[in-house]
Design a protein around this ligand. Sequence first.
Ligand code: ZN
Length: 297
Amino acid sequence: MSDDAFPTFETILYDEPRPGVARVTLNRPEKRNAQNMQMTYDLNSAFDHALRQPHVKIIVLAATGQHFSSGHDLSGDASKTWRDFPVVGTWANFDQPGAEGRHSREMEIYLEITERWRNMSKPMIAQVQGRCMTGGLMLAWCSDLIIASDDAQFLCTSGKMGGSGVEFYAYPWEIGPRRAKMWLLTGELSAAKAEQYGMVNEVVPRADLEKYTLDLAERLTAHTSWTLNMTKAQVNHAQDAQGRRTSMNYAFMVHQLGHAHRQLTVGAAIDPNTLPENIRQHYLRREERKKDQKATW
Ligand code: ZN
């Protein structure tokens, strides 16, 4: 396949840097790769494209710039709403007031779409550098292997938003319950700890990260697609048999209750009083726009 035949996207890059290896690269470095709705649907389209190429066996999820991802973009998608994107899941009624619209929309763009990516037939390797924050964790977690640079930090700011964790609540499944509580309450996990706890497969020097990840991806393509895809599916099912999905559904509903709770107590789905000032300004502007336009979901 020649380069010019690769699909193009607004917020991500797609290429095939090694035989049998597709690479999807988050490409909003000026926003520290914050994930807006455009990026969510670009990712979904790029993954679908890679899955449908018979010669692609492994997907690498990378990011340009200093940081892997600063999480969900709290400033929203300018004037775009859910109508500007193709709905992937089965939830609807995104414009409903109260808790209903947000619940449905977060089901679509956070819980179900991330679960869909976690369950892709082909294995994915996340290549993580710098900060991987809050919503960004969901992108690393839905990958099957995680290679991190030695400067990587896995941060969770949910507590600073008055919440108790992201929508795709994998913390205890990634590092175990007691470590998960420590991580959620302190907000910080170094690459070294993440490797020690089993969330990250390998930590390598920053300068070696890309080559190490691509070498690994290419090495794995020596397996048949059966071996690659079934190995992934078997291990994922082992987790699911332990109740992973049921516990994550409970956590998602608590997350929604948290949004509703803060709406009742501080008048906003995210507590603006505890946000860092620059993020608070973005967030408040989006909330103002939502009032004007009814919804920016
Ligand atoms: Zn949420």
